[in-house]
Ligand binder design. Structure first.
Ligand code: FE2
Length: 87
């Protein structure tokens, strides 16, 4: 996103930063009430992110940075799935 100008305007960065904070605190509350479902939701988000990056890679197989990010997202999914089993 940054490479195509997604972080050029301060208002975009400010909005994204606050959105992450709101999401974080919603997840803290969700985890408090239902840890397994909170992990499950985040695992689903990580899996969706992985699929989105893989879809992009299908069109742009030369993009190694996206390939690394897709692998990273899959690792996040695996970590969250394992965490669900430990709760
Ligand atoms: Fe992730």
């Amino acid at each position: 996103m940054e490479s195509i100008g997604g972080a050029d305007r301060w208002v975009d960065r400010l909005f994204a930063w606050h959105l992450v904070l709101v999401y974080y605190w919603i997840m803290v509350g969700y985890y408090y009430f239902d840890a397994v479902d909170a992990y499950h939701l985040n695992a689903g988000i990580e899996l969706h992110a992985t699929q989105t990056y893989l879809d992009y890679l299908w069109e742009h197989p030369e993009d190694q940075k996206i390939a690394e990010i897709a692998a990273d997202e899959m690792n996040h999914y695996i970590e969250l799935t394992r965490a669900m089993e430990m709760v």
